[in-house]
Design a protein around this ligand. Structure first.
Ligand code: C2E
Ligand code: CA
Ligand code: CA
Length: 536
């Protein structure tokens, strides 16, 4: 794939986090308000249904009670039963009429007195259930064909039955009142498969109403009471819009704030990465070399290469800061390759003997990259004229994070004469098991342990343990950060072979190192006689 196409794709993907930061709060707001509007609608419909249910059950309760009394009257002829039927029918406003039935004919009614009306006459108002089931909602009765009613009946004596006709008007009014709250259409059915009593809805809910709540409850184990609450479909949308009007501005504000923050973070990151890249191109990096003293040779046996960044007009950037930034921004591998190039350039002017150690710090990402072996081989080939020994300084952290590639790199490079040192030993995680598993050559004791050495020569037990451990494992030991004679003496007494620190020499630019080295290639002991290490 051409690089430019790749770059374009990468750059358009770059805005994804910003776009997400902007859009996600808005989407969340839309989803939440939608859910909330629907939920509120359902809860209100449930409350409306509850009011209707309680009132319907209240009326049915009175009707069942009355039915027992009416059924008892079937034992009497109509003339004797009629006064009671009339009185009860008149006193209770919920009842349209109370009547007695023999076979298929109504023979006595609180409304019309003695009569002979075919029960089948009621059938034309019922939807599909014959009224001889005696628990049915009908859309009308012979007395009031336009008004719904609930018929309740039960057998009395000798094939006679008593019937209570509950007037649907009261329930209809109640449904109407409740329905006006939210432009609902509410339907009530007592019994099954029958006509319904419903609110007179003029609104669209009557035709296109969406069922928001439906329930069927059994009253007293006898009467199935079904209530359906329908609402116009736009009701939810309207409630949703209302909620959105309230909350959307906040969501947009949060989205904008997040997007700005994401953009800042990104440009910030981008700029650090960009700055590092430009600094490499502008040749702003330099390498300082810190000499390492060897007890074996009694002289400088090598150096550690330490990166320095001088920003024109702005001064030096602390190495721990820009190295950490390069690691975080995926720039440490290019930066280390640049370090190799700088060392190659510097070493062209050196006069170090074969076997001189050149230590370079290798970050975890590079160590576990398949590119490391070829990078280091190219570097070694570039400085081969002086025949140095390349020492890779790696941290315990990068060993712990290894998925196998680091190990393969180490094995391949050691087979070609590259050495490996564990840097800052003792400051990372517990590393003893890794030490056994990874083939390394040197252990660099962190300066923190060296600083724990007391001037009065008291024991530093942790340091002693580390040194003993390294010796047991057959590793050469290097102590870092040695600044004082008493530290040097303490370490010398414990056979620490290599010493690095300000006592011996500070890190210095290549040209200065060349001069310093010309002054210090002294054989073992020569300098120590005339005062310690000949610190430069
Ligand atoms: P490090 O690898 O532990 O390097 C040793 C640090 O100790 C260096 O700090 C050095 O200047 C300092 N030092 C040496 N002798 C003494 C002493 O006697 N006393 C005290 N107090 N300090 C001493 P520097 O150069 O600031 O580097 C800091 C860290 O930055 C290094 O720690 C290393 O982790 C990292 N670093 C530097 N250059 C590179 C590089 O090229 N690549 C990578 N990956 N990391 C680097
Ligand atoms: Ca180091
Ligand atoms: Ca170190």
């Amino acid at each position: 794939m051409p690089t430019s196409v790749l770059m374009e794709r990468v750059s358009s993907w770059r805005y994804l986090p910003v776009a997400l930061a902007l859009v996600l709060p808005v989407l969340a707001c839309v989803a939440w308000t939608g859910w909330h509007a629907r939920n509120a609608e359902r809860q209100e419909a449930e409350s409306a249904a509850r009011i209707v249910r309680v009132q319907a059950q209240h009326i049915l309760g009175q009707a069942w009670e009355m039915l027992d009394r009416v059924a008892a009257l079937t034992a009497l002829p109509c003339e004797q039963a009629l006064p009671d039927l009339r009185r009860w029918g008149m006193l209770n406003p919920y009842f349209r009429s109370l009547f007695l039935v023999r076979g298929d004919r109504v023979y006595c009614s609180s409304a019309v007195g003695q009569t002979d009306y075919p029960l089948s006459g009621f059938r034309r108002w019922s939807v599909d259930t014959p009224p001889d089931q005696w628990l049915v909602t009908v859309s009308g009765t012979p007395l009031a064909p336009e008004r719904p009613a609930i018929l309740l009946g039960r057998p009395g004596v000798d094939g006679h039955s008593g019937v209570v006709v509950v007037d649907g008007r009261h329930l209809q009014d109640l449904l109407g009142a409740v329905a006006t709250l939210r432009d609902y259409r509410i339907e009530l059915i007592v019994g099954e498969g029958a006509a319904s009593i419903h609110s007179d809805s003029k609104g669209s809910a009557a035709t296109h109403g969406q069922l928001v709540h439906g329930e069927t409850t059994l009253y007293d184990g006898r009467a199935a009471v079904t209530i359906r609450v329908k609402a116009p479909p736009e009701a939810v949308v309207l409630a949703w819009q209302q909620l959105m009007l309230t909350y959307l501005p906040f969501a947009v504000l949060i989205g904008v704030c997040l997007a700005v923050a994401a953009h800042r973070l990104q440009t910030n990151r981008q700029s650090i990465k960009e700055k590092l890249r430009r600094a490499i191109l502008a040749d702003e990096f330099r390498v300082h070399y810190q000499p390492v003293y060897s007890h074996v040779s009694g002289q400088c046996s090598g150096v550690e290469a330490l990166m320095r960044w001088h920003r024109p007009g702005q001064g030096d950037v602390r190495p721990d800061l820009f190295i950490a930034a390069a690691e975080a921004q995926g720039m440490i591998v290019p930066l280390t390759r640049h370090l190799f190039a700088l060392i190659e350039r510097d070493m062209g002017g050196w006069a170090t003997p074969p076997g001189f150690h050149v230590g370079v710090n290798i970050a975890a990402e590079h160590l576990s990259s398949p590119a490391l072996a070829s990078d280091v081989e190219r570097f070694a080939a570039g400085i081969a004229a002086r025949q140095p020994v390349v020492v890779l300084e790696i941290t315990e952290r990068s060993l712990i994070a290894d998925d196998g590639q680091a190990r393969r790199n180490i094995d391949a490079l050691r087979a070609r004469g590259v050495r490996v040192a564990i840097d800052d030993f003792g400051t990372g995680h517990c590393s003893l098991s890794y030490l056994q598993r990874f083939p390394v050559d040197y252990l660099k004791i962190d300066k923190g342990f060296v600083q724990a050495i007391e001037p009065d020569g008291q024991e530093a037990p942790v340091l002693d343990a580390i040194i003993a451990l390294a010796h047991r494992l057959g590793l050469s030991v290097l102590a870092e950060g040695v600044e004082a004679d008493y530290q040097f003496d303490y370490l010398a007494r414990r056979d620490v072979t290599f010493i690095q620190g300000y006592l011996f020499a500070r890190p210095m630019p290549s040209e200065q190192f060349v001069r310093w080295y010309a002054d210090h290639p002294l054989p073992r002991g020569a300098r120590r006689e005339s005062g310690r290490l000949g610190v430069g």
